[in-house]
Ligand binder design. Structure first.
Ligand code: M6P
Ligand code: ZN
Length: 175
């Protein structure tokens, strides 16, 4: 048995990785707004991941912020195998986007548990003013595939609107 602790988005006995704007250039839609922020290169999110005998779990913290009108978010990916992924929100407020032939989104807050089926592309977005922190559990060999999202994006983006958020159709060609 091995016990890990979660404190302020940090998971003990885990490997930390952080993703900054420079690593997200294919993912945000407003290229001009992105260029303006590139010097500052803000940290968009960080992940603390632990692998345990075929099952992985990770605590992700998406920081509050926007690039242009678009909220900070994860890159988004699909898994190469049919296993699902479970999301459990620890704090903050965000959206989970899921897309295959159709697009779905759900607002997640502290205490929410969400299920993402295998093969479905998924992304999380912080629509709040505090860090959005959640625990995910997935097969270690899930096979994170970023290819499709990198070239095609999601069909919708999450933007600020009158102090709140709105899911809107992404306009124009991705690249
Ligand atoms: C969740 C899990 C992780 C993933 C992270 C960031 O915690 O799905 O496996 O790495 O979110 O998402 P992404 O890798 O798509 O940027
Ligand atoms: Zn996943």
């Amino acid at each position: 048995m091995k016990v890990s602790r979660i404190k302020e988005g940090r998971l003990s006995n885990a490997t930390k990785s952080e993703v900054r704007l420079i690593q997200m250039t294919p993912f945000f839609s407003d290229k001009v707004a992105m260029q303006k922020r590139m010097k500052e290169n803000p940290k968009i999110y960080e992940v603390h991941e632990a692998k345990r005998e075929g099952l992985s779990f990770a605590v992700t913290t998406i920081f509050p912020g926007k690039i242009g009108r678009e909220f900070f978010m994860t890159r988004g990916h699909a898994h190469r195998n049919p296993d699902p992924e479970i999301y459990h929100v620890l704090s903050g407020k965000g959206l989970l986007l899921c897309e295959d032939e159709s697009f779905q989104h759900a607002l997640l807050e502290k205490g929410c548990v969400a299920y993402v089926p295998g093969f479905v592309r998924h992304r999380t977005v912080n629509v709040g003013t505090h860090p959005f922190i959640f625990l995910t559990t997935y097969a270690t060999d899930a096979g994170h595939d970023y290819g499709y999202v990198e070239t095609h994006g999601f069909s919708k983006i999450v933007v600020t609107r009158r102090g709140g958020w709105r899911v809107e159709q992404r306009v124009g060609k991705k690249i």
